[in-house]
Design a protein around this ligand. Sequence first.
Ligand code: 9MR
Length: 477
Amino acid sequence: MTQQSASRPRRRGPRAALATIAVVALAAGTAMLYATSASAQSATLGAAAAQSGRYFGAAIAANKLGDSTYVNILNREFNSVTAENEMKINATEPQQNRFDFSSGDRIVNHGISRGMAVRGHTLAWHSQQPAWMEQMEGTALRNAMLNHVTQVATYYRGKIHSWDVVNEAFDDGNAGARRNSNLQRTGNDWIEAAFRAARAADPGAKLCYNDYNIDNWSWAKTQAAYNLVRDFKQRGVPIDCIGLQSHFNAQSPYPSNYRTTLSSFAALGVDVQITELDIEGSGTAQANSYRGVVNDCLAVARCTGITVWGIRDSDSWRSYGTPLLFDNNGNKKPAYDATLAALNSGTPVPTTAPPTTVPPTTAPPTTAPPTTAPPPTTPPPGGSCSATVSLNQWQGGFVATVRVTAGSSTNSWAVTMTIPSGAAVTNTWNAQASGSTGSVRFANVSYNGRIAAGQSTEFGFQGTGSGSGMTPSCSSS
Ligand code: 9MR
């Protein structure tokens, strides 16, 4: 498996949308451009994000899954979940080699049963280690860490969209140095060792490095994380994504160069995920910051999803800062309205160039645009769609990413595919599968049935065996 093919959801949304807009503008004048880019209006965060093939997730707590206000918001608004604490090392391996997945399973099962993508958080971290691990050093700790990564990633194999393989390995000071921890003291290569173990255990999961205070492009810690990713890509260490936690407050505000940070990481050839977003504040100021974050993500083709770190302000680890999208009673805040509107506002021009690149000095082409309109691409009436599939395969298994594009706007869609003989679907996200072998139908879930004309959404599934030769066929209404 190559690094490229490991890159599961290849987000082509903004580029595809751009191409569509260009065609429409040539054919019918620029007025159509605005009509097209503003046409899709989804009522929930997940559905709005899904229009461009992205996810919108929340960190959730297993012990709140009995709270109906909480669960109603979760199920209505979000299409991805992260366990806030339940999949950390102290939760999953409380005693050495005695694993406990009970709380993690509650989160994973809740997400998977509703077609949500599950982010795994986290396999290797200096914090929230069980007591037995905190006391360890050296070779024993290195082996215990690798065993933990292997066991946990293997247990959840096929169920996790992205793993935060290593969390918070850099120091907070300006030096950009590694954090001094018992894991770091096992040798500087502990991070890449963890990534290699995770890839071997679950080849279908995207593997992320996750950290906070790597949002501001001019901060040394950001540069340290950037250099780590660049080095891994250069040396072929398996890494698919960078997680920017993006906990913003007065000391670490939403930076004006955030988009530069996102596009710079993306230009290294990794996905960018905003993994723990919360922004302290209230009212218009808070709403403006959320809007800025969303717009920055939409502007970068490989910024593939946003997760907020909790649902209501009262659920937040920083509840005093009221940093989330819903108030203590579960009501939508101005920050929610701004976030939803930004997600619905379309997909601005992607900026994938690294910031260090000098802008071209060549003048724009002087050739006049063609005066003949391109041939009209008339979509069939009554909702139409097409689907393409891309595969990430390894010995004995595969992950398929299916992109559904609406010819004319849809209210619902379904993709049917014949699963090759000997292969079987084991897990699906962002769609509901009927059956697992032979002819399998994948129907939209509640938040991604509506696709505006020319827009796309993505779903995925994992399977055993070989997925070669599948031809998707799409129908819609
Ligand atoms: O939100 C989590 C809180 O409930 C825990 O007490 C805390 C313990 O370390 O971890 C919080 O989540 C952190 C996440 O795992 C990593 N990035 C920072 C998050 C906020 O502290």
